[in-house]
Design a protein around this ligand. Structure first.
Ligand code: NCD
Ligand code: ZN
Ligand code: ZN
Ligand code: ZN
Length: 383
């Protein structure tokens, strides 16, 4: 096939190391088929899926189920995370060797985040032994019970319980110390607070093996932007204060935070309609991530295009030691073609994800992917 790429950017395929595909168990929210198509429409060619499915990704059978579905029904590369504890319960470690052999590339507690220090330390020691990273969703659960939004101006105005900054930073600090003790590579999930950025910066200066990720929404929105009690603005971690947003931006700019991820977390319209207090946490991310950051950082002259692409392609591959697709010599390419000129509004009705839960509806953006190529095959095309 001949592709007319006139006037388009040809980029390495985007990589998203933190996504929720919902299958098995929550197919009404998303499936591997719809999730990978949504990823492809967003320009992603490799995505890493979180284990908070049902069953949880805690056995070789479930790992194989996902890899098999991804192969037969998916359109992009899918890397499954293994859950660190049995059924996400925080009681018993999973069989790390068996999960590794079945094909997980890293271990995580995302979607749970309730591990005791001993459990986390054991998990880190085990992962270190296998030379694999631990990716932790950081939150002290005792501080967040029943709180749907950040503790701050918005929570006070609406009389809602707030999630305090320290619920995240306490865990980041703890897990940095445990990483230092065990020698594991600890990757911090979705950093959202000034204090977490500070702790990660210090840890890196000390030579501790820590890396970190941030989501577009935590770089672009604060709790002051939440228009009302609309659950499309509810996610974990929550939108923080403008000061935290600035700290996260500084963090990615100075290299404290290594990569951008979406934390794509689709939910059904009915679930999100339950309101700010009762609706589940999470927003979709694939189909807006690149245009959001291109428009608001590159076009505003804050970042170079190279910087943004690095954080969404080369860096994630480096952080996780990925070596395939465009990054492997001689392999067929993973590429994304992007139209940098045409302005378009975010329209959730066009999403290929089953999830429409985004706070970015109506945003006018440039930088829309037009074609996504995985291993030399066009898997999504705009027309
Ligand atoms: C995650 C999800 O929906 O799976 N939601 C989110 O807001 N990130 C779960 C979670 O980490 O809370
Ligand atoms: Zn999380
Ligand atoms: Zn944690
Ligand atoms: Zn997540």
């Amino acid at each position: 096939e001949r592709i007319d790429a006139k006037g388009q950017l040809i980029a390495p395929g985007l990589i998203d190391m933190h996504v929720h595909l919902r299958e098995p168990g929550f197919e009404h929210k998303e499936t591997i088929a719809t999730g990978t198509r949504s990823a492809a429409r967003g320009g992603f060619t490799t995505i890493a899926c979180m284990p908070n499915t049902r069953p949880v990704i805690d056995t070789p059978e479930t790992v194989r189920y996902i890899l098999d579905k991804a192969e037969t029904e998916g359109v992009v590369r899918v890397l499954p995370y293994g859950c660190i504890t049995d059924n996400q319960l925080g009681r018993e470690l999973t069989d790390f060797e068996a999960l590794k052999d079945a094909g997980v590339f890293a271990f995580t507690d995302d979607g749970v985040g309730v591990q005791s220090a001993q459990m986390m330390k054991d998990a880190m020691a085990k992962a270190a032994e296998l030379g694999m990273p631990i990716v932790a969703h950081c939150e002290d659960n005792t501080l967040v019970v029943g709180a749907p939004v950040n503790e701050g101006a918005f929570s006070r105005k609406h009389g809602l319980k707030g999630i305090p900054n320290e619920s995240e930073a306490i865990h980041v600090g703890r897990d940095i110390l445990l990483a230092e003790a065990t020698g594991v590579h600890y990757h911090v999930c979705h950093v959202s607070t000034e204090q977490s950025v500070r702790l990660i910066r210090q840890a890196k200066q000390l030579g501790i093996k820590v890396t970190a990720e941030v989501c577009p929404h935590h770089l672009l929105l604060s709790d002051e932007d939440i228009p009302g009690l609309d659950a499309n603005w509810k996610m974990n971690p929550p939108l923080r204060s403008p000061r935290d947003v600035q700290a996260c931006i500084k963090g990615i700019e100075d290299g404290t935070i290594d990569i951008v991820v979406t934390d794509h977390a689709p939910h059904s319209e009915e679930e999100k309609a339950k309101g700010m207090q009762a609706a589940p946490f999470g927003i979709v991310g694939f189909e807006t991530a690149f245009p959001l950051l291109y428009t608001h950082f590159v076009l505003k002259g804050k970042w170079t295009l190279q910087f943004l692409l690095d954080r969404m392609t080369v860096k994630p591959a480096e952080v996780f030691g990925l070596s395939w697709g465009t990054l492997q010599e001689g392999a067929a390419a993973d590429l994304t073609l992007i139209d940098l000129d045409t302005e378009k509004e975010v329209n959730p009705a066009e999403f290929l994800s089953k999830g429409r839960n985004t706070p970015f509806t109506g945003w006018k953006l440039k930088g829309w992917p037009t074609r996504t190529i995985v291993a030399g095959q066009v898997v999504w095309s705009e027309a």
